[in-house]
Design a protein around this ligand. Structure first.
Ligand code: HEC
Ligand code: HEC
Length: 362
């Protein structure tokens, strides 16, 4: 009797070990909104295999935007997670309303060589937006130098990063990591408090090369069940700011301003009081900056009188502020420390080609 029991016990332990070691299924993604955030990025199980390869786990869907935000030339790898059985209703009027329990994941990295973006890279930070019962929580995980883990850090900071630019030149910058409060400067909306910015139908309406083939992102989200009530047919689409073969200068400039300025310069955004509305839906020319006097004079105007003077870049405050590195002048006011050469060139071209009459005030 005793030996039989002992045998059973050994057999149980043994099968337990076997079962455990055979069970190589990756752990499921854990976004537990009832507990405080994990200290380590790996604890969420967003990625399988080696963490810094950012290979998405089940239910984590990678996505790209047609026109993104410029952040000191950083590359970005974005992902969305929506809990099983839940979805965001199709809505073209605003950012998609992802359900409670969802998480948006945005990784910032620099390839060593920009002309070999798939090659060796340095990941700087992984920003998360987690949809809790009370609203969106913003978290930042900063990667260690070994690139093996990223740890929760609310204080932000500066890290040096170097790369070889598109033109073959070596570049090095002080990369700025925002603190928890600074996320608000861009993600805050007067009516909805903290909000995601990017996932809008018109900005998602493009192809993505998924692991199992290329597909339109809207189609993919519908098939994955995370987007519901979508109508059939065409979906709206924003211009690709960098694609001059398919879009006019005006379309590209408006898309660029929407994504780089519109999250603050819109009727519900933190720059509303400036009266300058750079969101793509704005049709009022004065609010767009055409012949508009700034709300405050002072050094931030560079002595110029209007935000946009048609066909006159050198008289336009908009260009002056986009070209400035001075924290008290530059636009966007945070999120960049170096100039976006190509972005400024586009806005200059846009102003140059404007058909509006010259401003009377000058
Ligand atoms: C300078 C403005 C700015 C700051 C500061 C900022 N963000 Fe964002 N963020 C954006 C914009 C614009 C987008 C959408 C465009 C894009 O992803 O290129 C975005 C996108 C995101 C996304 C992807 C989902 C979405 O909303 O589109 C996450 C996650 C995110 N931000 C988290 C954070 C966190 C966390 C912080 C603070 C540590 C932060 N952001 C600071 C402007 C900002
Ligand atoms: C993080 C929020 C934020 C972003 C992003 C941002 N701005 Fe601003 N902007 C402000 C605030 C706040 C003011 C009002 C205070 C001031 O003039 O500095 C302002 C004022 C301005 C003004 C003066 C407007 C007036 O009539 O008084 C211009 C021009 C301007 N921004 C251009 C831009 C451009 C162009 C971009 C994008 C490339 C941009 N801003 C992005 C916050 C932002």
């Amino acid at each position: 009797m005793k030996t039989k029991f002992l045998f059973l016990a050994i057999a149980c332990v043994f099968t337990g070990i076997i079962f455990h070691s055979c069970n190589t299924q990756p752990a499921k993604i854990t976004v537990d909104i009832s507990r405080s955030p994990f200290e380590k990025l790996s604890d969420y199980h967003f990625f399988v295999g080696t963490l810094n390869e950012l290979k998405p786990n089940d239910r984590l869907i990678p996505y790209d935007l047609i026109t993104p935000l410029f952040t000191d030339y950083a590359f970005k790898a974005r992902f969305v997670y929506v809990p099983e059985g839940k979805s965001a209703p199709y809505d073209t009027s605003q950012v998609l309303q992802l359900p409670v329990g969802s998480c948006l994941v945005k990784n910032f990295y620099y390839p060593e060589d920009f002309n070999k973006p798939e090659g060796k890279r340095r990941i700087m930070e992984t920003r998360l937006l987690v949809h809790r019962e009370k609203g969106w929580d913003n978290l930042d995980y900063i990667w260690n130098d070994e690139q093996t883990e990223a740890l929760l850090d609310n204080t932000g900071g500066i890290k040096k990063v170097a790369w070889t630019h598109y033109d073959g030149a070596k570049r090095e910058i002080d990369y700025l990591i925002p603190n928890k409060n600074q996320c608000k400067s861009c993600h805050w909306r007067n009516d909805a408090s903290f909000s995601p910015i990017g996932p809008k139908i018109r900005n998602l309406n493009r192809d993505y090369a998924y692991a199992d083939g290329t597909e339109n992102q809207i189609t993919h989200w519908i098939k994955a069940g995370i987007l519901s009530n979508a109508p059939t047919g065409e979906h709206p689409k924003i211009a690709n700011w960098a694609d001059s073969a398919h879009y006019s200068t005006d379309q590209r400039a408006r898309a660029y301003l929407e994504m780089n300025c519109g999250h603050c310069h819109n009727p519900k955004g933190p720059a509303y009081t400036s009266g300058l509305l750079l969101n793509i839906d704005n049709t009022n020319l004065e609010n767009l900056g055409i012949c508009k006097s700034p709300v405050a004079a002072g050094k931030a105007t560079g002595g110029r009188l209007v935000d946009i003077a048609p066909r006159d870049n050198e008289a336009s405050i908009l260009v002056y502020r986009m070209e400035s590195d001075d924290p008290g002048i530059r636009m966007p006011e945070i999120g960049r420390s170096i100039l976006h050469v190509e972005g400024v060139a586009l806005i200059r071209q846009w102003i140059n080609e404007m058909k509006y009459p010259a401003c009377a005030t000058r």
